[in-house]
Design a protein around this ligand. Sequence first.
Ligand code: F6P
Length: 342
Amino acid sequence: MRVGILTGGGDCPGLNAVIRAVVRKAERHYGHQVIGFVDGWRGVVDDDWIPLDVEACRGLLPKGGTMLGTSRHTPFNLGDGMSRATDTIHGLELDALIAIGGEGTLSCASEMSDRGFSVIGVPKTIDNDVGMTERTFGFDTAVTVATEAIDRLHTTAESHARVIFVEVMGRNVGHIATWAGIAGGATYTLVPEEPFDLDELCEALMRRRGRGRYASIVVVAEGARPRPGTLEVAEPPVDEYGHKRLGGIANAIAAEVEARTSLETRVTILGHVQRGGSPTPFDRVLATRFGVAAIEAVHEGNFGQMVALRGGAIELVPLQEATARLKPVSRELLNVAHTFFA
Ligand code: F6P
């Protein structure tokens, strides 16, 4: 068989580990040939690819980013992209395509599958928001980075009795914020799932200050939004793919909190630091399991599916269902975080 592989959307630690696992199992166990498309779906549209073999994947496992490059292009947002992608796939005589990505890349994979292409999806994103899988790789690495940052910010916040706002990624969901907030002992956490009330936040911070010279850490997901009418925030700019460029809401919140409470505030925006660097051991293992399962699905002709972690095991779920809706933080976990807001 000849199998294509691509990485699309924002990068994420563990992408290279998936590529390595697919190539290893394809070449050494099945005798299949793998080619890697450059810059995600853009490479399929432009017939831009490189051959991949075990040699080409040496040393890849601990490396962050993606050796193939990535973009937010899809055949559907690139003019005559669909017909060019079809030409590439037929011209290369590809038997299957493995698409590694988040919401955008996997929705495109689902659409391609509906149109008769043999596609398997692999879920990635540090946001952990892909449906029907308990985890995406990259998330554990991002939570580790965010928790380490919070641990460091505690000591400086305590020395100055300040309120430090830590903004983490999470455009539609607050998995990183909730996990890092609980792990880092945050005073308060703001997530997109629950529009926040600034009065409640200020009261919680003042209550805590009233009990002593306590500093506070407030974790803010970049996609957190105030309850309508409670705080003016600027609408983020939108890029050429309709993707909102988030980041910076913590600045507006901190300024307003300082104005209302006279508590001294500071802001740290972690940004792409959360997405860069080497994957944690958990993410390396999950990415490797996903890669092995993806090429197994290809070998068995199980197309239109996404590999997923469910109940601790790797399973296949229909791409269409997996991309139907994003996965929010569970009520149970939000309640655990709330326990410490008092
Ligand atoms: O989708 C993952 C993510 O990390 C989001 O949390 C974030 O908003 C976005 O990517 C930023 O992506 P970029 O700056 O690469 O466009």
